[in-house]
Design a protein around this ligand. Sequence first.
Ligand SMILES: [Zn+2]
Length: 490
Amino acid sequence: MLKFTTAFLIFAFNLLLMTSLFGQDLSLSRQLFDTYDTYREPGLTHRRFKQSDILPLIDQLKTDSRFEVTNVGESVEKRPIQLIKVGNGPRKVLLWSQMHGDEPSATMALFDIFNWLRREGPFDAFKKQLLAETTLYFVPMLNPDGAERYQRRNVLDIDLNRDALRLQSPESVILKGLQQSLKPLVGFNLHDQGTRYSVGHSRKQATISFLATAYDEARNINPVRERSMQLIVGMNRVLQQFIPGGVGRYSDEFEPRAFGDNIQKWGTTLILIESGGYPNDPEKQFIRKLNYIAILSGLQAIATDAYKTESRSEYNTIPENDRYLFDVLIRNAQIMRGGKPVTVDLGINRYEVNVGNAATFGYRSSIDDFGDLSPFFGIEEIDATGLTLAPGRIYPDTLRSMADLKKYKLDSLLQQGVTTFRLASPSRATTHLSPVHLLQPTTTAVRPVQTGRIPTFLLLRGKQLRYVFVNGFWLDVANQSNKLATGVVE
Ligand SMILES: [Zn+2]
């Protein structure tokens, strides 16, 4: 009996120790991951939604007595900015997304979280605790005018995240006003970062990056900032289950004009979450799910005080974001220069270009580096050892208009290395849907492949065609795998 009691006490003590060592409860996050599709907001399916797409979703919340929706002001173009409040607990948390108009991943996740809060089910006990211990304030899409154009800045051409001191934009005044009047314990500042950040010096894309923003040049750590670090340590542990090695730490260099840095200074623990890139997730729908899990796990740690047992030193073990990725890296291609073969790597990046009212986009790609790129990695990589780089073939006839393209069997022309058509009259388009390279009447047809150029070319083994590149996208002729996407007008 004595033996049994001792064994039980040791077991219970270990359990206690484990709970305190691992402040963040991992079972919740696993369950959130597995049940995500039940809560995912089906009205948001891609990144280029606008405020008119989310207003009806906010209206639905007004019919739910648990939610309080308040107009807290308007954007430069008079779009309403709304604050959504839920819960009655002593710990106030303010979450805002998309202060940069082209950074919408977390906005989608916030609407998933609203669905999760509203629907009854397996999380009811935790939800009850969460809403009793915290009061949550959400501002989804702080910069609706920027979102309308899918651009970073607001319509005054001001970056709201450099306007925390001067407060020249109404959107900035609203955010500062909320922080000053609510005095939240914790703020979540939700952004997207470029998809080409690597986790340290590695080929891993930084899918999610965190930052416990600095509040001074010396990057000191006070209890307010320490709490950010502790919360991030827990959220990082949660995410490592789903994206092992895919979490980075954003540089904590002090930016005196940024909201994150100032809010930390004004006494609210600030957590910056940056949504980066994930393979084959151009619309960031998996990253949206990770935001949903990370934010809810962070809220759990706040509601239960579980973060208090996290060690801030673990924060520094998260690798820093770095810049070691190209969208495509071609290694060891041969190119003829002055009659001599030269071995080069090519670093290619694909840039999104808004089309029409920015509801859709094309790409304009660029050869961003050239030469020995051996320290770098490609999200897509091609080993071109033994292959020679040559210009794409130009179709002999000139197109009277872009619509003329329909007359040609582009698939079979591309298989023969025809990448490029000349236009007879100028076009205002810069991208187009067919995977070919169009030349304006004034554009010189034959130029060397070099940095700054659009990557349209061929890779040949002897005389045999191996890869066809158009605007940074490629067709593998030997294996018939086709990654071609939108074309370009140059
Ligand atoms: Zn941003």
